[in-house]
Design a protein around this ligand. Structure first.
Ligand code: FES
Ligand code: FES
Length: 179
């Protein structure tokens, strides 16, 4: 039975196959202009990882449920697996590589200091969501933190250390974000 279930990395979710003629999409990623030929069904997640080599954005469910693929699109957190490349025309995209481009972002440092990860697979998406939250609301209430992280699943930590990391980032003024 188990051998009939494909490994996630070896398969694509039905309906996410790419098709159709290409066209050019132009946007900025981590401050750099990007111009790429894409198909109408090309997803931002594939574009970032496969075309641009930005593998800090993680691929997992590809269904918008886990948050491991979270990036900033014009400052808002979005699931790159559900975002079509054509929707990014003219947009500013920031990935975890951009967030950490000038050294550890205060939110990343807080995750390190509080041990807010184990395997680390969810961490880039978590950090992106927290950076977006603190940029908009530097002093969020506990329920606002929970709401901001409600789209980010972690299978390892039980969330206590993650919440401590967010609170540490708040104490340390973690709303910094230059991109
Ligand atoms: S891979 Fe995008 S939400 Fe899970
Ligand atoms: S640290 Fe492993 S999934 Fe979150």
């Amino acid at each position: 039975m188990l051998d009939k279930i494909p490994h996630p990395s070896a398969s694509r979710v039905p309906g996410t196959e790419e098709a159709g003629p290409g066209f050019t999409v132009r946007f900025r990623v981590n401050g750099h202009p990007v111009s790429l030929e894409v198909t109408p069904t090309r997803r931002l997640l594939a574009l970032l990882r496969e075309d641009l080599g930005l593998t800090g954005t993680k691929r997992s469910c590809e269904l918008g449920r886990c948050g491991s693929c979270m990036v900033l699109l014009n400052g808002r957190p979005v699931n790159a697996c559900l975002t079509m490349a054509y929707q990014c025309e003219g947009a500013e995209i920031v990935t975890i590589e951009g967030i950490g481009a000038d050294g550890l972002h205060p939110v990343q440092r807080a995750f390190l200091e509080e041990g807010g990860f184990q395997c680390g697979y969810c961490t880039p998406g978590m950090v992106v969501s927290v950076v977006a939250l603190l940029a908009e609301n530097p002093q969020p209430a506990p329920e606002e933190i929970e709401e901001a992280l409600s789209g980010n699943l972690c299978r390892c930590t039980g969330y206590a250390a993650i919440i401590r990391a967010v609170n540490r980032a708040i104490e340390q003024g973690g709303g910094r974000h230059e991109n």
